[in-house]
Design a protein around this ligand. Structure first.
Ligand code: 5GP
Length: 142
């Protein structure tokens, strides 16, 4: 497996070199909105520690990221009235991974509404900003 690339786009977001629509942050994880959402409120949850994917992440970091995925999933149900949540996580190109810093997709779903294809279209910045605000407030409310 190739080694971790410090210049991947999510590493730059984690270092604050690129912006994101943040919904949650703690000392070990960051969650923000996917800019090409497959459904409204599509989030990505990352460990702060450098890890390419499930094959090289430390067990404690992986467990923490899943705990945060649960937290933001519950917030999506509250904030968006989601009927369900789809969790996806891809590993290496052959596994469908495009950005090589481990991330869990948390996708709020409405009954009967199919997901858009991956990277179909960029969401408008004002829509993402509003959704991030709603999700962050739902998380803060617990
Ligand atoms: P994966 O590696 O899991 O296949 O997909 C990477 C995901 O990152 C895609 O869903 C894509 O829409 C998202 N993505 C790509 N570039 C950016 C970016 O610059 N910012 C954010 N927030 N998401 C991105």
């Amino acid at each position: 497996m190739p080694s971790y690339d410090q210049n991947n786009i999510f590493a730059k977001i984690l270092r604050g070199e690129l912006p994101c629509y943040k919904v949650y942050e703690d000392d070990k994880a960051l969650a923000f909105l996917d800019i090409m959402p497959r459904a409204p409120g599509h989030m990505l949850v990352l460990p702060k520690a450098p890890a390419r994917n499930i094959l090289d992440v430390g067990a404690a970091d992986l467990a923490h990221v899943m705990m945060v995925a649960q937290k933001v999933s519950k917030a999506a149900v509250k904030a968006f009235g989601a009927d369900g949540i789809t969790i996806q996580q891809f590993n290496e190109g052959a596994g469908g991974q495009v950005v090589f810093h481990l991330h869990i997709h948390v996708i709020p779903r409405k009954a009967g509404v199919p997901m858009k294809p991956p990277a179909a279209e960029k969401e408008k910045p004002d829509v993402l900003a509003e959704q991030a605000k709603k999700l962050a407030a739902a998380i803060a409310a617990g």
